[in-house]
Every structure is written in structure tokens, then in C-alpha cells.
Design a protein around this ligand. Sequence first.
Ligand SMILES: *[C@@H]1O[C@H](CO)[C@@H](O)[C@H](O)[C@H]1NC(C)=O
Ligand SMILES: *[C@@H]1O[C@H](CO)[C@@H](O)[C@H](O)[C@H]1NC(C)=O
Ligand SMILES: *[C@@H]1O[C@H](CO)[C@@H](O)[C@H](O)[C@H]1NC(C)=O
Length: 344
Amino acid sequence: MASSLLHLSLLLCFLFSSSPLFLSFSNGSTAVTTTILENIQSLSFDEGYTQIFGDTNLMLQSDGKRVHLSLDQRTGSGFASQDLYLHGFFSASIKLPSDYAAGVVVAFYMTNGDLYEKNHDELDFEFLGNIRGREWRVQTNVYGNGSTAVGREERYDLWFDPTEAFHQYSILWSHDQIIFYIDNIPIRGIVRNESMGGAFPSKPMSLYATIWDGSNWATSGGRYKVNYKLAPYIAEFANLVLHGCAINPIDHSSACNSLEDNHYNTITMSSEQRSAMQNFRKKHMTYSYCYDRKRYPVPLKECLITRRDSMKLYRSNGVKFTNQRHNVKHHHHRSSTYLADSTI
Ligand SMILES: *[C@@H]1O[C@H](CO)[C@@H](O)[C@H](O)[C@H]1NC(C)=O
Ligand SMILES: *[C@@H]1O[C@H](CO)[C@@H](O)[C@H](O)[C@H]1NC(C)=O
Ligand SMILES: *[C@@H]1O[C@H](CO)[C@@H](O)[C@H](O)[C@H]1NC(C)=O
């Protein structure tokens, strides 16, 4: 299994370093290839990005094609795209810090929070640390137009060890849809719907990657803190892809013509991808805001769930029932607005 995953990631590395790019996936028993975007190339750090904090804790490797972000007692670190984008396909191969990394947060996300303090947009991949012997958890989230009072978090476990090899995490954002991918398997799709109001991101955003101390909430709601005796914690980034409509930061005019921009809208999931997504969500989604009755007594409008299913699979706090064997019983779940998974 491990070696076939290694082969898969080598294959993906090959695919991502060649051009045109095929967005493809294989889960061992099936392999599906779909050309959706042509001429995707990964950029070197200097071509597309800039450091935002952490001085020497950001280190460039392999001629600037790879970036190490580290967290130690002094500081975390992070970088951002030089440009703002309105829609596009954004991707990175990421290898997370190995061994014990409780409280460590690695985030790969888009936001415009520095431009719009009160009504920012955001799309997140967040990796929420681990305790030794347990897997990292991954969270995705969406905010639009300052909807920060209404989190739309989902959390997943992974079918691989994300500290052992690079895996590709991608965000497709178009006018009408958002798709999160892991190794080109769609894991979450959001279709623009007027019932979401302004909560669908609609203003230009930059891409960010950061590592920081999330001791207060990241791992089991803050029960496990960062242990600096084990620092530095290093997250590695490669295959940095920015394929989007860059925006002039001053007047917000777009470098894309409307056809190009529209291109991202035409990307659809094949039926194989859709069933892979459903498979993934059934097996690996460990929390969904749609099932969190404590937080949202009435599910948000975009949540298409049947009450019976949700009660069978998910607790009233949105956390999936797990095997007794893995279940830590009788611990206290902290406020259900905590982003972290209390059952890890
Ligand atoms: C791989 O795909 C097949 C066919 O779609 C499916 O039956 C199987 O459960 C998938 N495996 C994983 C690990 O998702
Ligand atoms: C928006 O969501 C509602 C409720 O889920 C659904 O009935 C409606 O068809 C959706 N509209 C569009 C345009 O997708
Ligand atoms: C976004 O928020 C601003 C200010 O809060 C409001 O004026 C505007 O109508 C909102 N836009 C959408 C699309 O909801």
C-alpha cells in the first residue's frame, strides 16, 4: 500500500511538472484522467510569492522551487502570492511535520482580510496538528463577505500519512463553484446559491501558506499544546501553482479577459470524480457544520441532509461516531464553536 502510494505520488509529481497538466486521480483500482486546465506550470518562489513573516524560518530549497516553513519558540513563518486573484486554480504539494506535532497549524488558504477588514472572503485548508500515533486532521472552511460568525467547517482524516510524502492540495474557485481537491480527488464542492447570500467568496484574494502555534485550539480543542522541545516543526511546500486571473491591486482591473475567467466556471467533475468525492466524504469526513445541531439548530440552507442519516452517522455536535475502540469516552467537549475536533 505504502509503495503504491509512493508510485502514485511520483506519478502525480510527474504530471504536475509537465505541461499541459492533466488533473487526474487514481485510487489504486481506478485511474481517471481529465484535462481541465492547460499549461499549468508550477512557479518558483520568486516568480509568484513573497515572504510575509518568520525571517529565517522561511527557507528556499531546490532553486526556489521548494519552500520550508518552520515553527520554533521564536516564530512561525509564512508566505503569500504577490498578486491578488479573482478566480483560478491554486495548488501546492505539502509535506507536514512528522512525529508529534500537537498544536501546530499549517494553513494553505486564500483571503483578502487585509483589504476588507469587515467583509473579507476566505477559502481554507487547515492542518490541525496531531498527537503521536494519530493522523493529522484536515479542515476546510469558507467565508464570504465577512460571514465569520457562520463557520462552514468540515474536517477529514486522510487515507495516507501526510508527513511521509508530498501530497497535492488544491482549490478551484470560479464564479459559480468552489472545489477542494486532495491529490486531485475532489473532497468538497460548493455551488453558488443565492441561499448562501454573500457567503460565497466574490472579491479578489491572495494565496497564503503559513505555519503557526495554534495551541489554544488546534488539537483536540487545545488539550494538546505545542512542545518546543521537539522544534523546529517544518512544513515543506513544492509544486506551487497559481493559475488564476491576477488583479491589479490598485484599481482591481483583471488581467484576464472574461473568456479566460469564464474558463474556470466550465470545469466540472466527471461522474468518476463525483463518485470518488462521495466515497471520500462517506469514509473520511469526521465533522461537518451541516450536522452540528448544537451550533446550528436549523441547518444552514445549503445543507442538503436527511435528519435520519445525520443522526445515524454524526453526533449532535457534528462529529462523526467512531468505533468504541478509538473513542475517548466522557471527555468534555469544549464549546461547539471550537474549530478543532474533540474526538481525535
Ligand atoms: C476506489 O474506487 C473504487 C471504484 O470507484 C471504489 O469502489 C473504492 O472504494 C475506491 N477506493 C477508495 C480508497 O476510495
Ligand atoms: C439553492 O439551494 C436550494 C436549497 O438547497 C435549492 O432548492 C435551489 O435549487 C438552489 N438553487 C440553485 C440555483 O442551485
Ligand atoms: C457584503 O457586505 C456589505 C457590507 O457589510 C454589504 O453592503 C453588501 O451588500 C454585501 N454583499 C453581498 C453580496 O451580500
